[in-house]
Design a protein around this ligand. Structure first.
Ligand code: AQP
Length: 328
């Protein structure tokens, strides 16, 4: 079986972007692949996190994975910091990555601009840790949103470089980017992506947002004065809502345009809100149930870490051997 690796960082509460761009696609792939789904807590601390919140969110993400339909019996679900090979491999790969490459990463540049002076070295090195995550599991496919494409290309470059310097060690992974929800945009500013660490909560929908909040946020989503539901770059707000509806209902943008021909934005927004609410309601209920039973989650992440640790350590030893370390 081919291997999938993907993860989400507990740096904020998960958004509809994380769900449609990542999790929803994992579910489709889980039967075909040997899948590793991780909560990447080491990545989260590249910007400051409140310890109690980080703990809460780490478990909540695990619960969201399961509640969304990722079967714990079929997949390896684990928490990144439970597998020390990630940190160790990241250090090794840091020595095979150039400063110039990391400086070109647009996510780093965007975040650095927002943070000003207080940029941690970890934020700069983030893509190297991500490369380690992926390469440790001999991953074939990495299902991510479009925003992660550049990081994935770097992971490929690092793998190829290492393989050429020594001998074939890593599988060179491919990105798997969904067609319709590749980049869900901010509801208040559809020129930027919906992001869990965004300051304005009206810009994002959280997976755990109650129905009335979802209705309010979508009804206030920025649109335009054209007044026609059309899938066009000139109407980025409407285009984004069409993408959301399309990802949930599987209707194509053209079908959606046809359905809302002649109807105003208000009706369209109401329907988008209802579709989102109906998609998220069962997940929200299940998450609450799962979080009530901490031992169930604990068993899953412990078992996951054991399996992940076995595979990751094997790759790490291979790296160390090739580099010239003495293996005890
Ligand atoms: N707006 C989005 N549309 C589609 N996919 C998205 N993803 C994130 N935002 C969107 C996908 O979600 C997965 C998890 O991402 P992450 O938590 O590791 O980091 P991120 O990409 O930086 O996500 P956020 O929400 O923007 O987090 P913050 O604000 O903390 O940086 C990835 O597969 C990503 O592509």
């Amino acid at each position: 079986k081919k291997v999938i690796f993907s993860g989400i960082k507990p740096s904020g509460d998960l958004t509809l972007g994380n769900y449609l761009g990542a999790i929803k696609n994992w579910i489709k792939l889980q039967d075909e692949y040997d899948s590793y789904f991780c909560v990447v807590d080491l990545h989260a601390i590249t910007v400051r996190q409140e310890p109690a919140l980080l703990r809460k969110r780490t478990l909540e993400i695990l619960a969201i994975y399961i509640a969304s339909g990722i079967a714990p019996e079929k997949n390896t679900l684990f928490i990144q910091s439970h597998v020390p090979a990630h940190s160790e491999a990241a250090w090794l790969l840091n020595c095979f990555t150039y400063m110039g490459e990391l400086s070109r990463m647009t996510q780093y540049k965007d975040k650095a601009q927002k943070l000003g002076e207080s940029i941690s070295a970890g934020l700069f090195n983030y893509p190297v840790l991500m490369a380690a995550d992926i390469l440790l599991y001999n991953t074939d496919l990495v299902p991510v949103g479009k925003d992660q494409k550049q990081h994935l290309e770097l992971a490929r470059d690092i793998a190829i470089r290492f393989n050429n310097l020594y001998s074939p060690t890593f599988k060179v992974p491919e990105a798997y980017i969904p067609e319709r929800a590749a980049k869900i945009m901010d509801l208040q500013d559809p020129s930027k992506k919906m992001s869990k660490s965004e300051d304005n909560p009206n810009g994002y929908i959280l997976i755990m947002d109650p129905p009335e909040v979802i209705r309010k946020k979508i009804s206030r989503a920025v649109t335009d004065t054209v007044g026609v539901v059309r899938y066009s770059d000139e109407q980025p707000g409407i285009k984004n809502l069409i993408n959301i509806l399309s990802a949930i209902t599987n209707m194509t943008p053209e079908e959606i345009e046809r359905r809302y021909e002649g109807s105003g934005y208000a009706k369209f927004k109401e329907d988008v809100a209802e579709a989102v609410i109906n998609e998220l309601a069962p997940i929200q209920n299940k998450v609450k149930e799962l979080l009530d039973d901490k031992t169930y989650l604990e068993n899953i992440y412990k078992k996951g870490a054991e399996k992940a640790n076995y595979v990751a350590t094997k790759t790490l030893r291979k790296m160390q051997r090739k580099i010239g370390f003495i293996i005890k």
